[in-house]
Design a protein around this ligand. Structure first.
Ligand code: PMP
Length: 411
């Protein structure tokens, strides 16, 4: 008996992946040069897997705001807001987020992961029903586990399946919380939120939308897919993160519900952890201001996303969803995806390798995220690297298919 028996298979799996070259899950950026470039093992690499959609991590205003906060407020808060106090900057950021969405209030958390844990676990409890899109992020699943509620998964992005499952609950006098995302992080597909909102209204359920990847990306004002679909008023809880478009770390939930602020006294992942550091709060507050005042950021992001998408689809690559800033290339096998990933890094492009169990339908993906900070030359560089590697991979596959045929005929 060994505590580590549970993960006994992992060293072998890790070795299998690493033996193809580098460790895709342990890449070290020796130096960050900008929002879109890093030095990795002495080589200059264009970053195409950052989630840095608006490219604000090196924005001068955001960096200056963080410096100023460090000087004025120190490096950390050293405690939770319940026990050790709130800084007025936390309050200001919460007010800004609430006003951005047009909701009455918001709460911020140290990460997006904790925002989901903290809100779901405080909202739902035994006797309640959570209706969960099957492709929701791991932290939403983890939040659901903390509730004691009955969790019913419905088919990804399928309002009809949700409707069918809710119908079965219509006769029950119970709370029903529907949880979906706006833009899904792996395939880059968006939720049909207008249809989900209609189902929600019909069954008198609550609607919770995680817009982690869609804030700053969708909607006229950058408020996400619900705004884009014209149903923000139907959303009871909008959740998001500061670690993508807002270029920092942290998470939030905003709501119009009058009792929402009392979740502060019910949410363990809010109460029993230290609050966001002053420099994070400052850079996020400034980034949110940039997002609100500069629609050009979103336009540049989409221009880059379309340019990359069009180039990759012209190579005949299989893309997982229609154009969005998440461009996921489907690769037939995990082994090929690992080879592909290594060759891309060799060619000076970093993308995310996404393999089961972290992906829907056991798919292997090379996941790119476009950024407003990518220059046209960088988009070209990324596309050309994909083209070159795709050719090498075709040659490799043809050779292997040949070997396979030879082996078969010898058998
Ligand atoms: N929600 C979704 C949909 C996500 O994709 C992620 C992380 N990628 C999170 C929440 C967690 O956010 P964070 O990394 O900021 O903790």
């Amino acid at each position: 008996m060994d505590l580590f028996d549970k993960i006994a298979g992992l060293p072998g799996l890790h070795e299998q992946i690493v033996s193809a070259g580098r460790d895709p899950f342990g890449v070290c950026m020796d130096k960050m040069c900008s929002a879109t470039e890093a030095i990795i093992q002495g080589r200059n690499v264009v970053l195409a897997g950052t989630n840095n959609y608006l490219g604000l991590t090196f924005d001068q205003d955001c960096v200056d705001a963080a410096h100023d906060a460090l000087d004025r407020l120190g490096t950390g808060t050293t405690g939770s807001r319940i026990a050790n106090g709130t800084y007025s900057e936390h309050r200001r950021l919460e007010d800004d987020i609430a006003s951005f969405f047009g909701f009455a209030s918001s709460m911020v958390f140290p990460t997006g992961y904790q925002a989901n844990l903290g809100v779901i676990s405080a909202l739902a409890g035994p006797g309640d029903y959570i209706l969960l899109d099957a492709d929701c992020h791991a932290c939403i699943y983890d939040g659901c586990r903390m509730t004691g509620a009955t969790v019913i998964r419905f088919r990804h992005n399928c309002p009809e399946d949700l409707d069918k499952r809710l119908k079965r609950l219509d006769s029950k006098d119970t709370n029903k919380l529907i949880i979906v995302e706006g833009l899904y992080s792996m395939f880059g597909d968006i939720a049909p939120l207008a249809e989900f909102a209609e189902v929600k209204r019909r069954h008198k359920a609550y609607l919770y939308v995680d817009e982690a990847h869609s804030v700053g990306v969708f909607g006229e004002k950058g408020r996400g897919v619900a705004e884009h679909a014209g149903v923000l008023d139907d959303v009871d809880f909008v959740v998001g993160t500061f670690s993508k478009s807002l270029g920092s770390i942290g998470g939030f939930c905003a709501s119009d519900h009058p009792k929402f602020p009392f979740l502060r006294f019910a949410s363990r992942p809010y109460m029993f952890t230290a609050s966001l550091s002053p420099s994070n709060v400052a850079s996020v507050t400034t980034a949110l201001g940039r997002l609100r005042s500069d629609p050009g950021l979103q336009e540049t992001l989409w221009r880059n996303a379309h340019a990359l998408y069009d180039r990759l689809s012209a190579f005949g690559l299989t893309l997982a969803a229609p154009p969005s800033p998440i461009i996921a290339v489907k690769i037939a096998t995990q082994e090929q995806a690992v080879m592909y990933w290594n060759k891309l890094l060799q060619a000076g492009v970093y993308v995310n390798l996404a393999i089961p169990p972290g992906t829907p339908n056991s798919t292997s993906l090379l996941r790119c995220s476009a950024s407003a900070a990518h220059t046209p030359e960088q988009i070209d560089w990324i596309a050309e690297a994909f083209g070159q590697v795709a050719e090498e991979m075709h040659a490799y596959e043809a050779q292997n298919a040949g070997r396979y045929l030879l082996r078969q005929s010898a058998e």
